[in-house]
Ligand binder design. Structure first.
Ligand code: SF4
Length: 267
């Protein structure tokens, strides 16, 4: 027993004060120290470690897909524009009836801004999104012959289309190995150490640098789905995470200790 560490925690009768809490902290600290040492190695993320991460994610889900519903490249573009700062489930609910009426930019212009607004008013920022969808439909007809552009520059000319949306379209419609960094990918990349960065652009560059070529096409979906269902923002499921051993996030230790504690309390 360490005399200094323990000295202030004993009463004169030698009974320990706050014993359970202290014991827990010692346990957490020890566990964390071990994992931090592992993590120091993991922080040194290499293409080889990244390769192992994607090997595991691909084994779990060999053909990952977007969870947005769409019927054509055009309706995918509309769905992605509508999904900014909204959930895919919320967008799918709103587009279910919309995509039965609208399949092309011409259909959208015929529906008009008011008609579109009626369909999407359950989605956040719907007024601005309705304006953008009408404007981009018009531009697609006038400048691109109704086709969805296949370059990032042309895609980003469309109202409401930023780098992330352009990357999604290039990936899903044209099979390009782009990575659209959304909130899930940003979090997973930073936590795991796959790519650290303070901005989506920095994370995108880091991921492009570290992810081996053979995983690039689907990397975007694997990371999104991992973030959505396992590496959640508030309560990540580290205890059941398939890539936990390769993840560099120091706090995963505390979460694993917390889960272990819950289990031991219930047994
Ligand atoms: S161990 Fe935890 S933090 Fe790391 S990837 Fe898995 S869920 Fe995310």
């Amino acid at each position: 027993m360490h005399p200094v560490l323990y000295s202030g925690l004993f009463q004169h009768n030698k009974q320990p004060l706050f014993k359970p809490v202290f014991r827990l902290r010692v346990h957490t600290h020890r566990y964390r120290t071990i994992l931090l040492k592992e993590n120091e190695k993991a922080r040194d993320m290499t293409p080889d470690t990244a390769d192992k991460i994607f090997e595991i994610l691909s084994a779990e889900n060999p053909s990952p897909q977007t969870e947005l519903n769409y019927t054509s490249p055009y309706t995918l573009l509309v769905a992605v524009v509508l999904s900014a700062q909204s959930t895919d489930a919320g967008v799918n609910k709103a587009t279910k009836a919309l995509f039965q009426k609208v399949r092309t930019p011409e259909d959208m212009l015929a529906l008009g801004e008011d008609g579109l607004t009626e369909h999407i008013k359950t989605i956040g920022l719907y007024k601005g999104k309705a304006k953008n969808v009408i404007a981009l439909s018009k531009m697609l007809i006038e400048d691109f012959g109704g086709r969805i552009p296949d370059t990032r520059d042309d895609l980003q000319k469309l109202p409401g289309v930023g780098r992330k949306t352009a990357n999604v379209i290039l990936n899903i419609v044209y099979g390009q190995p782009t990575i659209a960094v959304d909130t899930h990918i940003f979090r997973v990349a930073n936590r795991t150490g796959l790519a650290s960065g303070k901005t989506p652009d920095a994370v995108e560059a880091g991921l492009e640098n570290i992810i081996p070529e053979r995983w690039r096409e689907h990397a975007h979906h694997w990371l999104i789905l991992h973030g959505r269902y396992i590496c959640k923002a508030r309560k990540p499921h580290c205890a059941v995470c398939p890539i936990s051993a390769l993840c560099a996030w120091p706090e995963k230790a505390e979460i694993q200790v917390g889960r272990a504690r819950e289990v031991s309390r219930n047994t």
